[in-house]
Design a binder for this molecule. Structure first.
Ligand code: SAM
Length: 225
């Protein structure tokens, strides 16, 4: 998979891809992530990327031209399956959406700033709009990092134990069950006995029951009963 991220602050996005699972995925060539600096595609003398909103009002707007120029360059390498604009009014990111996006070959993400991007970018270049939740961030970079992480960890071969993504919360509309590790007892706090019984069927039944109870309590809308 290839992910191209268009941003005016590429430095903000370096660290998330330089550590842990995302770094491993890149090192194993399972994903190629490229950060594009929109400012480099500005034809203005000062390399400006924003301007005042037509009609007045507070806040600057990201101009269409540098984004269009940058997108054209990206598309020279490959035609993307999706051009995603990160925006608070987009479709709220879910596991289902992450699952779908993880099956694609080439995704472009556009990070906004200020009041957002000129609407003509959204109307003409963007194929999907995604929000990471009903709150407003200063810029799209952290949202792009969240979306990239949610997608990349699902690519086959990225997680060392591939089944672990399948047993995470929201797959099958259930929250994950509680997990424990050594020591068996810590300051009087014990691990449930069932986990030591050696009967895998019984353990799986217990885990499923715990998942159901957790889901009913914490995300009741996911349970159909
Ligand atoms: N004026 C916009 C509004 O009210 O919907 C908010 C703009 S916000 C300050 C600047 C940029 O941050 C947006 O263009 C978007 O790229 C990003 N952003 C902010 N909140 C986000 C969220 N919840 N999900 C995804 N992107 C977000």
């Amino acid at each position: 998979m290839k992910i191209d991220i268009l941003t005016i602050h590429p430095q903000l996005l370096q660290s998330p891809f330089e550590h842990s699972i995302l770094k491993r995925a890149i090192d194993k060539n399972l994903v190629d992530v490229k950060l594009w600096d929109i400012r480099k595609f500005s034809t203005h003398k000062q390399k400006s990327v924003d301007d005042y909103a037509f009609g007045g009002g507070a806040g600057m707007v990201m101009m269409i031209e540098p984004i269009d120029n940058c997108l054209q360059e990206v598309k020279k390498e490959n035609q993307p399956d999706e051009v995603i604009y990160l925006t608070p009014d987009g479709e709220v990111l879910s596991q289902k959406l992450a699952n779908h996006l993880s099956t694609l070959k080439h995704i472009v993400m556009i990070c906004g700033h200020y009041k957002g991007v000129d609407q003509r970018v959204r109307d003409n270049f963007v194929t999907r709009e995604v929000s990471i939740g009903d709150y407003v961030l200063s810029g799209g970079e952290l949202a792009a990092a969240v979306l990239s992480d949610a997608i990349i960890r699902l690519i086959p071969g990225v997680l060392s134990d591939e089944t672990s993504a399948l047993t995470d919360s929201f797959q099958d509309d259930l929250l994950a069950p509680p997990v424990y590790t050594r020591p068996m007892e810590y300051k009087g706090l014990k691990v449930p006995e069932v986990l030591f019984c050696g009967d895998h069927k019984k353990i799986e039944e217990w885990r499923h029951q715990q998942s159901l109870e957790r889901t009913k309590k914490l995300r009741p809308h996911l349970t159909k009963e």
